[in-house]
Ligand binder design. Structure first.
Ligand code: FES
Ligand code: FES
Length: 163
């Protein structure tokens, strides 16, 4: 076992790892941070998406030891300092961008990475960016609408059709 230390949501954290310990397991099992979900473990679904040094990373696709010393941000670090929902989280709530919520942590983290790169994306750019995030129940229309709303764009012309 090797102790790995990194910064998660601004706090220095450490946990024992094996060489095969994935970042997703480090967060969930090592730190008890279960907001990062595991939907597939094969880099398909995006439920485990976090930010590593500011980049969107599927945490089931990297070993914890590979990101030792990194700055990691998870869904637990997305709320405002006073505990209220961030703009992106609030937009998901306002526009019904979730149903069961299983995909939502990854969707929110992906949306945050997109808006950091591209603060005013087009609908096409949002859909393209979220291609690696799968939702099994809500459908994508309201998720895309929520991301566009979070970017400050008028979404009143977008319908609520299922997709
Ligand atoms: S659990 Fe990582 S992409 Fe599905
Ligand atoms: S809201 Fe259920 S999987 Fe997306």
């Amino acid at each position: 076992m090797t102790k790995v230390t990194m910064t998660v949501n601004g706090k220095t954290v450490s946990a024992d790892t094996e060489g095969r310990t994935l970042l997703s397991s480090f967060l969930r099992d090592g730190l008890g941070m279960t907001g990062t979900h595991i939907g597939c473990d094969t880099s398909q679904c995006g439920a485990c998406l976090v930010h590593v040094d500011g980049k969107a990373v599927k945490s089931c696709s990297v070993f914890a030891q590979e990101v030792a010393g990194a700055q990691v941000r998870t869904i637990e670090g997305m709320a405002n300092a006073d505990g209220s929902l961030s703009v992106i989280q609030q937009a998901f709530q306002d526009h019904h961008g979730l149903q069961c919520g299983f995909c939502t942590p990854g969707m929110v983290m992906s949306a945050a990475a997109l808006l950091a790169e591209n603060p005013k994306p087009t609908e096409h750019e949002v859909r393209h960016y979220l291609e690696g995030n799968l939702c099994r129940c809500t459908g994508y229309h309201n998720i895309v609408k929520a991301v566009l709303a979070a970017s400050g764009q008028d979404v009143s012309g977008l319908g609520v059709a299922a997709e």
